[in-house]
Design a protein around this ligand. Structure first.
Ligand SMILES: CC(=O)N[C@H]1[C@@H](OP(=O)(O)OP(=O)(O)OC[C@H]2O[C@@H](n3ccc(=O)[nH]c3=O)[C@H](O)[C@@H]2O)O[C@H](CO)[C@@H](O)[C@@H]1O[C@H](C)C(=O)N[C@@H](C)C(=O)N[C@H](CCC(=O)O)C(=O)O
Ligand SMILES: Nc1ncnc2c1ncn2[C@@H]1O[C@H](COP(=O)(O)OP(=O)(O)OP(=O)(O)O)[C@@H](O)[C@H]1O
Ligand SMILES: N[C@H](CCC[C@H](N)C(=O)O)C(=O)O
Ligand SMILES: [Mg+2]
Length: 488
């Protein structure tokens, strides 16, 4: 397509070196630029993409989108925000793929990955061809593509959507992070259903305050089709047991389906029974009731099931079919995942890396634990520092023994992160072991009969980032090795 066709979709721009080359592909990283491509110069948090303009041209870019004049020979489309232009132009370049897909966006502090997987399971069981975009991967029709971000940049997103359309995918369940919403990564993306799970403390390094964080989540709802056509009706799905739903409600013009357990809602769970292996509850929508039995435990799993069921119901799946799918789910990798090597105690690996999720998981374990509870936990570097003492305090309050260790220290000094955590420690006994493998070994070496050892924070991750370098690390494998070496 010619450059002029793409710029047609910009409300205003100026052009340096006026020409109208044919554009074969779009890129935002000069190292990936191919011959005949358009390169977007993006001002990032780390570097300024404008500084790579000449290199991009040397690599074959035939046009650039930028926020200022540049010393290059190819045409430069100058706009106020090249990020925003990139979202609009890439959506057009790929022929508006999200208009051809049913797209369900899930936002909230905790439960996005789990909820998108439950939605995917229900829709796949109902015969749809589905895709997932989120923390673990972009996945469609059994193809798994590794990802850098939970919600990719707009250009990458449109490329994924476009491939999915080509491969016949009909419905996509996608995690929408607050970073993505604030940075406009989902501009140019059309959602059919937006789902809110919950809001609790995280990412205050980026958003500053909880109010800003809630506002960021609201952007998904604000973006949901104002003024609709009955044939293409968007919906918002809100958790009424979380007060933030009141704020989100004011931010969308779309009709709302509510879900909840404690407050009156459209989709409700009652007679909830939680045990060690799963949850059972009655799901009610209007006059309809179904009993759901699922192999995922904790009240938080019931909330995720309600969120997923609401989205699936709005996508045309019956409550009976939803209940059947939920009972047949095998859970989500790294979420309350058991490590079992015939040891006389329990080992659970879970992705709890926020105060609220750690508290939920520990409270759930407390409900059925027959022995002591110990927890191996750390906090990520280069992320919200204020959650560190809070997570340590929760661990101290709700576990009998705490091993404070490293998560992904990234560029920070691991000991400094642990010192931040220690500020919040009170209650149970604890030990600081900076090396995560050593901490897991120590917890497993000392586990008593019936003890539950929770290894929190990294879930499905298969790496540990220390000093900017990724080392292979998988909590589940390390725990298995530890049990084999120390306890059998
Ligand atoms: C803070 C943040 O959000 N950073 C994101 C941002 O990076 P950045 O602004 O630093 O990018 P940059 O390195 O300055 O590059 C600027 C531009 O120059 C280009 N470039 C750069 C280098 C080069 O040699 N050549 C070149 O062309 C880049 O391709 C880019 O276009 O843009 C990148 C591209 O989209 C993202 O991958 C990156 O996410 C980083 C990896 C990250 O860790 N983000 C976290 C905070 C995040 O977004 N997390 C949420 C999940 C949170 C949750 O739900 O818990 C997520 O959605 O992943
Ligand atoms: N609805 C929920 N409420 C509170 N905690 C939850 C909920 N669902 C899951 N959790 C906890 O949060 C952890 C992460 O769950 P999940 O990966 O589904 O969340 P996420 O929102 O995708 O996280 P991320 O922001 O890292 O992508 C789980 O391992 C569990 O401990
Ligand atoms: N999506 C989350 C992942 C955190 C995972 C945890 N293991 C860590 O490294 O802090 C984030 O970007 O905050
Ligand atoms: Mg996730």
């Amino acid at each position: 397509m010619h450059l002029s066709k793409l710029t047609n979709h910009l409300p205003s721009f100026t052009i340096q070196n006026d020409a109208d080359p044919f554009i074969h592909s779009l890129h935002m990283d000069h190292r990936e630029v191919a011959a005949g491509s358009l390169f977007f110069c993006i001002k990032g948090y780390t570097v300024d993409g404008h500084d790579f303009a000449e290199k991009a041209v040397a690599n074959g870019a035939v046009a650039l989108v930028a926020e200022k004049e540049l010393d290059v020979s190819v045409p430069v489309v100058i706009v106020r925000s090249s990020k925003r232009a990139m979202a609009v132009m890439s959506s057009f370049f790929y022929d508006f793929p999200t208009a051809k897909l049913k797209l369900i966006g899930v936002t909230g502090t905790n439960g996005k990955t789990t909820t998108t997987h439950l939605i995917d399971k229900i829709l796949r069981d109902s015969g749809r061809k589905t895709g997932i975009i989120g923390t673990m991967y972009t996945k469609y029709l059994d193809k798994e593509i590794p990802v850098k971000n939970t919600t990719p940049e707009s250009l990458v997103l449109q490329q994924h959507f476009s491939k999915m359309v080509t491969e016949g995918v009909e419905t996509v369940a996608m995690e929408v992070s607050s970073h993505a919403l604030v940075q406009g990564r989902v501009h140019g993306t059309q959602f059919d259903i937006a789902v809110f799970t919950n809001l609790s403390q995280d990412h205050l390094d980026f958003h500053g305050t909880m109010e800003n964080y809630a506002q960021a989540k609201g952007l998904l709802f604000a973006q949901l089709g104002n003024g609709y056509h009955p044939a293409n009706q968007p919906f918002a799905v809100l958790n009424v047991d979380d007060n933030v739903h009141l704020q989100l409600e004011t931010m969308t013009a779309a009709p709302i389906l509510t879900y909840g357990i404690h407050r009156e809602a459209d989709m409700m769970a009652s007679d909830v029974q939680i045990d060690e292996r799963g949850a059972a509850f009655t799901m009610t929508l209007g006059e309809e009731h179904v009993r759901v039995t699922m192999p995922m435990t904790g009240m938080f799993s019931v909330y995720n099931a309600l969120a997923a069921s609401s989205a699936a119901y709005l996508s045309g799946v019956s409550l009976q079919a939803i209940a059947a799918s939920l009972s047949a789910t095998s859970g989500v990798s790294g979420r309350f995942e058991r490590v079992e090597v015939n040891q006389p105690f329990h080992v659970i690996v879970d992705y709890a890396h926020t105060p609220d999720s750690l508290e939920n998981v520990l409270r759930t374990i407390r409900e059925f634990a027959k022995g002591r509870i110990s927890v191996v936990v750390g906090c990520g570097g280069d992320r919200d520092k204020t959650k560190r003492p809070v997570m340590a305090s929760i661990a101290g309050k709700l576990a009998d023994y705490v091993y404070l260790t490293s998560d992904n220290p990234r560029s920070e000094d691991p000991l400094a992160i642990l010192q931040d955590m220690e500020q919040g420690m009170s209650g149970s006994d604890y030990k600081v072991i900076v090396d995560r493998k050593e901490a897991i070994y120590e917890a497993i070496r000392h586990a008593e009969t019936d003890e539950v050892v929770l290894i929190a924070g990294k879930g499905h991750e298969t790496y540990q980032t220390i000093g900017g370098v990724n080392h292979h690390f998988d909590d589940r494998l390390v725990a298995k090795e530890a049990v084999k070496e120390c306890r059998t």
